[in-house]
Each structure stands twice: as C-alpha cells, then as structure tokens.
Design a protein around this ligand. Structure first.
Ligand code: NAP
Ligand code: COA
Length: 263
C-alpha cells in the first residue's frame, strides 16, 4: 500500500484530528485513537469522508502501555510499520493548586507525560527504521509558568525533556523525535477550558503577535513538515507554532492603521 503509516494518540478530536486529516489528505494511512471507541469510529469516518483517505479507529488509554502496544501491533499489521507517531493525547483543567488533589495532579501528569512516553516507547520496536519520525504535542506551559496550571506546566515540561532525551538515544536508530508547541487553537477543547469567555479570547488574541488564534490546519502544516524529508536533519526540537504568543504580550500599537491588513 502506498503512503506512510501514521499513528496518532488523541487523533479523535481537536488539533490532533486536524493533523490526522492533513496526513490522510496527502495519501497517508492514519490510526486515530483515544479512550472512547465510538468517538474514534466517528473521527475515522469523518477523515475518510472528507479526505478520501484510509483511517483506522482504535481505543486505548495512554496511561496503559499494554493496551497501546496491543493496538499498535494490530494497526501495524493493517496499515504497515509506523513511519510517523504523534503523541497528542492530553488532559487539562484550570484550577489553583489549593483545589488540585494529589490524584488530580497525578492524573494530568499520567495522561500528558507518562502517556507521551508510553506512546513513543510502545511504538519504538515497531517503527519503520531508519526514517521514522516521532512528534509530541506539547504546550507553551512547558516553559512558561502559568497560575492554575501547575499540573500541566509540570507535565508538559517533562514532555519536552522526553523528546530531547529520546532524540539523543534514538537518533542512532534513524529515528527523529520532535515536538510542536501550539498556541491557542480556535474551536478546540483546550481553548474552551483555558479561555472560556469571548472576553478571554479577545484578550489572548490581542496579546498575540499575529493577533489571531491558530487553526488545527496551522498545526497540521507543522506536523507534515516535521514528518517530511524537508526536516530530515531536525531532531530534539520544540517547534513553536503559536503566532508569537510565547514571545510575550505584543498588544501595543506599533504600526499605523494604514499599514494593517485590509487597510
Ligand atoms: P481535545 O480535542 O480535548 O483532544 C484530546 C484527545 O486526547 C481526544 O482525542 C481524547 O479522546 C484523547 N485523550 C484524552 N485523554 C486520553 C487518555 N487518557 N488516553 C487516550 N486518549 C486520551 O484537545 P485539543 O485541545 O485539541 O488538544 C490537543 C493537544 O494539543 C493536547 O496535547 C494539548 O495539550 C495540546 N495543546 C492544545 C492547545 C489548544 O489551544 N487547544 C494549545 C496548546 C497545546 P478521548 O476523550 O476519547 O480519550
Ligand atoms: N479541578 C480540580 N480537580 C479536578 C478537576 C478540576 N476542574 N477536574 C478533575 N479533577 C480531579 C478529580 O477531582 C480527580 O481527583 P480526586 O480523585 O482527588 O477527586 C482527578 O482530577 C481525576 O479526575 P477523573 O475525572 O477521574 O479523571 P479522568 O481520567 O476521567 O479524566 C481529566 C481526566 C480530568 C483530565 C478530564 O478532564 C479529561 O478527560 N480531559 C480530556 C480532554 C481535555 O482535557 N482536553 C483538553 C486538552 S488540552
């Protein structure tokens, strides 16, 4: 079968579903999975209907490496050895530390950090080597401390380090390991949890250098690039794809109204 084999944890909604569609649209075969098998079936159907490509649905909790390994073995039989593996599954909620129990903290660390490690570790033995590309979906919170996000900041900081260490260890097997750090992406669960009101959204957008939220397609383009031959010498990199949000508050007036788009 033609096309790369692409496995995507959390590929059943939001940013990761957008990434799955972009790979399927260029002729790759995708496995999308989350915890909910019905949601995964719906996502795979949507991918196939919208792209005409091949999509397989699965279900596994990224906290359970045995379940992921079994799913990946089955998917590798059906789609071929994975050329690209994307660890995108994550969980988040806004809460001050005084309202986060030890189990609440552990839950997010287990899904985001251990889950990313599990997905990459379970895939490693099956990967199409040399040439395979692993991509984690991290977040600005990995390097930018944010109140009400102590669990996510800790987990995503760990994700960045998993990416860098695995890049060092697995480079000799011809495997590249990178991450994408999205900014706020419109229409996603992540944004609804972090910026629930129209006012929050307008403020975030105004503070971002490019003055807009991103789209799943913005992130998909970065993933397609990192998985491609064009990125053949890139490993251990955290690629910011955030409209400049992480640079800091850019909400001043620095060009004249006539110099702005649409003027
Ligand atoms: P989303 O739509 O809520 O997607 C989360 C995905 O992960 C779903 O497919 C979900 O499916 C799956 N999932 C959650 N817990 C899981 C578990 N324990 N095991 C297996 N799958 C699990 O999220 P999103 O907002 O698009 O975010 C996607 C990624 O981008 C995340 O890594 C997030 O941290 C990152 N990110 C998002 C933003 C943003 O603006 N949205 C910004 C920066 C970074 P089930 O519910 O069926 O398990
Ligand atoms: N504030 C404080 N604690 C919270 C919380 C909140 N808003 N939401 C959940 N928790 C705590 C729970 O109280 C529980 O701790 P406890 O046992 O001490 O009471 C712990 O987190 C686990 O909750 P549970 O609902 O059992 O976890 P889960 O594994 O079923 O779900 C979540 C994981 C909580 C992250 C859930 O929000 C989820 O599934 N998210 C996926 C979608 C998502 O977050 N998308 C955005 C990605 S950026």
């Amino acid at each position: 079968m033609a096309g790369k084999s692409v496995f995507i944890s959390g590929g059943t909604s939001g940013i990761n579903l957008g990434i799955a569609k972009a790979f399927a649209a260029q002729g790759d075969k995708v496995l999308v999975f989350g915890r909910d098998p019905d949601k995964a079936e719906m996502a795979a159907r949507e991918i196939m209907e919208q792209t005409g490509g091949i999509a397989l649905a699965g279900s596994a909790d990224v906290r359970d490496i045995d379940a992921i390994s079994a799913l990946f073995r089955d998917a590798a039989q059906k789609l071929g050895a994975p050329d690209v593996v994307i660890a995108g599954a994550a969980g988040n909620f806004m809460a001050p530390a005084v309202n986060i129990s030890a189990n609440g903290f552990k839950t997010v660390v287990d899904i985001d950090l251990l889950g990313t490690y599990n997905v990459f570790r379970a895939a490693f033995d099956l990967l199409a080597k040399p040439g395979a590309s692993l991509i984690a979906i991290t977040a600005p919170q990995a390097v930018q401390p944010l109140p009400e996000q102590v669990h996510v900041c800790a987990a995503k900081a760990g994700v960045n380090m998993v990416v860098k260490v695995l890049a060092m260890e697995w480079g000799q097997a011809g495997v590249r390991v990178n991450a994408i750090s999205p900014g706020p992406i419109q229409g996603t669960e992540g944004v609804e949890r972090m910026a629930p009101t129209a006012e929050d959204k307008a403020k975030w957008s105004a503070h971002t250098a490019l003055r807009r939220f991103g789209t799943p397609d913005d992130i998909a383009k970065a993933a397609i690039f990192l998985a491609s031959e064009n990125a053949s010498y890139i490993t251990g990199t955290i690629l910011d794809c955030d409209g400049g949000m992480k640079l800091g508050d850019a909400s001043g007036d620095y060009v004249t109204p006539r110099q702005r788009p649409g003027a």
